[in-house]
Design a protein around this ligand. Structure first.
Ligand code: DGJ
Length: 389
């Protein structure tokens, strides 16, 4: 073979090899060299210690035994439904993450709640000091049913990284009224069929007055986007988008965190909030949420309260600067208190990529405070020393 022809053949062979590597691994997994990271670069690919883009979307973090554990949705290349399950990563410094294992794998058996192809979103894990168990809650949608199931899934483990044992799914607080609903609202007779048109003034008033709470009273309240919060006294709360995503609920969990005490409130009725993320500073509870626009970003909302039970007050969007009205093209998932630093909180958000869910990136930003309210400013890069300034 002539040298030129040989060079062309070798070149074609190299392209074929490269192509098959991309096909097998996808863009998100091609970088095998593992840089040691010393800063956050919001919105960029984030390689784990093996050089593979972190796959833990809609996640939350648990700090346990001097280590951070990040739990999030494994996302695949073509679908947002669960093909693998809930992933767990660990880190000592918050920049460099090691994949530990699939903490809660999807199940093979047809009809299982967490069957491959179901939707398992926004997992959060908390540690129960009484039982010494790790408890995971996540938003569950049953396979083939779109987003109509609106349930919460509960799983438990003896080890932080899992494997977690799936216990059950439910709609919270069946047969229980929220603490902040009046007798008049509980006994009101209006039903959905009285409102052929939504978003009218009358419909809004009826939603405010518990139209959907009454509809779902017997079977339990709908539960979609969610987070968990453990207060200083060890009491845990499940915060979830309910009533067709129109109203948030905050519900107290039992001592073992595996069920509900029946104490719960409705927050921002008809306010259409998703993606709740919460923290406490100087006795005030701060909650950042998003509006409801599917995978597309929208403006974040800020709510504060002097007690978890309210009253909750809404404030203007905490984001400032360019793209503030789109939360910098992201949606909140968790707010992480940084260990060992006072008043240091990281806003964690997802920049979704519904066309290639695996390539969705993470937007982590430091929470700054102005006039005692959180402020989020875009940063191309930053590190934890910002909290020492
Ligand atoms: C927005 C939610 O916040 C996400 O978790 C996901 O459920 C998408 N909607 C689905 O459209």
């Amino acid at each position: 073979m002539k040298p030129n022809l040989r060079r062309i053949r070798n070149l074609l062979f190299s392209f074929a090899l490269l192509g098959s590597f991309f096909l097998q691994n996808g863009c998100a997994q091609t970088n095998k060299s593992a840089p040691f990271l010393k800063q956050f670069t919001p919105g960029k690919m984030w390689p784990d210690v093996n050089g593979v883009h972190i796959n833990a979307h809609g996640g939350g973090i648990l700090f346990f035994n001097d280590t951070y554990y990040w739990f999030g949705e494994h996302k695949s290349e073509r679908t947002s439904s669960a093909q693998v399950g809930i992933n767990c990563y660990s880190s000592k410094d918050l920049y460099n993450w090691k994949f530990k294992q699939v903490a809660l794998p999807v199940q093979d058996s047809a009809g299982s709640d967490i069957e491959k192809g179901s939707v398992m979103e926004r997992p959060k894990v908390i540690f129960n000091k009484n039982t010494q168990k790790f408890v995971m809650y996540f938003h569950l949608e049953l396979k083939g049913k779109g987003y109509s199931a609106a349930r919460v899934g509960i799983a438990v483990a003896d080890n932080v990284t899992g494997p977690y044992t799936y216990l059950r799914s439910l709609r919270p607080n069946a047969g229980v009224w929220p603490m902040n609903m009046t007798d008049e609202q509980k006994n009101a007779k209006a039903t959905l069929s009285d409102f052929p048109e939504w978003w009218t003034k009358e419909w809004r008033k009826a939603v405010d007055d518990g139209l959907f709470t009454r509809r779902d009273f017997e079977g339990g309240q709908m539960s979609r986007d969610m987070t968990l919060y453990v207060d200083d006294d060890g009491t845990a709360y499940h915060i979830y988008a309910s009533e067709e995503n129109l109203t948030l609920n905050i519900a107290e969990l039992s001592d073992d965190y595996l069920s509900y005490t029946g104490k719960y409130i409705r927050v921002a009725p008809g306010g259409h909030n998703e993606a709740p993320a919460i923290f406490k500073k100087d006795g005030t509870y701060f909650m950042i949420t998003s509006g409801c626009t599917g995978w597309d970003p929208n403006a974040a909302r800020l709510h504060t309260a002097p007690s978890i039970w309210g009253p909750w007050t809404q404030h203007p969007n905490p984001c400032t600067g360019p793209d503030a009205d789109l939360t910098f093209h992201s949606q909140s998932t968790y707010i992480l208190p940084v260990e060992g630093k006072k008043d240091a909180f990281i806003f964690m958000a997802d920049r979704w990529n519904p066309r290639r869910p695996i390539d969705a990136t993470y937007v982590w930003l430091p929470i700054q405070f102005k006039n005692n309210l959180p402020v989020l400013e875009w940063k191309d890069k930053w590190d934890l020393s910002i909290f020492d300034e």
